[in-house]
Design a protein around this ligand. Structure first.
Ligand SMILES: NC(=[NH2+])NCCC[C@H](N)C(=O)O
Length: 287
């Protein structure tokens, strides 16, 4: 496999933007970072590569999806694997944290709910919410629930994973967001979709989540479509929890990423046959 590490994103921050939008913590920083992320994802994908972006704050997803859409001429669908719906605006947010907002910035159906966002003119909400599905939800704010119901967003909550099983959920999600099975798939994978026992080192962990087995299965299924275009693996925070917690969380993230890029739990088929014995086995001589 040809893997290239494009390194960290470097960006400049225009401090004057900081107070320009209410209820968006770290706005200036996020504007500076996301613009660079979008440009990089677009460039990397135009080189014919799949792009994996590691976070960090889930707000980067507005940029990775934007870059993916620009690289693939809008032919993109989005799987959002998360405990949270992340579709608050700066008017509905309970926290002011922008990681709770990226999904409201992505689809054009929600663009009227935003004020002018200075510095974000590069960002074009061109994707339809019809091409978006959530899996793993279990901590959804009231306004978010209203948005999901009002727009009829395809959303599989943990209760749905429980009733249908993860295979059916993934197939139903892909049927809804990409009925022709032609679109490039973007997976925005928040590590907090996994249960706290599997991934404790994350900022807004919620018990009762996906097992690592389910989390891996999602990505094996996406891989097997052959249409994974880009993936975000976000909200891994090594500053939270004990050393053991961090190790467990990072290991879980690695398993999920490996599945996305083709690691197979069944093992791989060898091209050769089983090697023949080329020397006689030693025999015990009976006296
Ligand atoms: N990417 C995340 N961890 N999002 C958590 C969001 C929590 C809450 N709904 C908020 O808007 O503040």
């Amino acid at each position: 496999m040809d893997i290239k590490d494009y390194g960290n994103i470097s960006y400049t921050v225009n401090r004057e933007l900081e107070a320009s939008v209410p209820n968006m913590k770290g706005y200036a920083e996020i504007v500076g970072c996301t613009h660079e992320v979008s440009k990089n994802v677009e460039k990397i994908m135009k080189e014919g590569r799949m792009c994996l972006t590691l976070g960090g704050d889930h707000s980067i997803a507005m940029a990775t999806v934007d870059g993916h859409i620009k690289a693939k001429d809008n032919e993109v669908c989005l799987l959002w694997i998360d405990a949270h719906a992340d579709c608050n605006t700066n008017k509905t947010t309970p926290s002011g944290n922008v990681h709770g907002m990226p999904m409201a910035l992505i689809p054009y159906e929600l663009s009227d709910y935003w004020p002018h966002l200075p510095g974000m003119d590069w960002h074009k909400p061109v994707m339809s919410i019809r091409n978006v599905a959530y899996i793993g939800l279990r901590s959804v704010d009231s306004y978010e629930r209203l948005i999901i119901e009002k727009l009829g967003i395809t959303a599989f909550f943990m209760a749905d994973v429980e009733s249908y099983g993860i295979n059916t959920v993934v197939n139903m999600a892909l049927d809804r967001i990409d009925p022709e099975r032609t679109r490039s798939i973007h997976v925005s994978y928040d590590i907090d979709s996994l249960d706290t026992l599997e991934a404790p080192s994350t900022g807004t962990s919620v018990r009762g989540g996906l097992t690592l087995r389910e989390g891996i299965q999602i990505m094996e299924m996406v891989h097997s479509t052959g249409r994974l275009g880009a993936m975000d693996l976000v909200e891994v925070n090594p500053h939270i929890g004990s050393e053991g917690d961090v190790k467990k969380t990072v290991e879980a993230a690695i398993h999920v990423i490996l599945a996305a890029f083709g690691y197979n739990r069944r093992g791989y088929r060898t091209q050769d046959t089983l090697p023949l014995q080329t020397f006689p086995p030693t025999r015990q001589v009976i006296q």
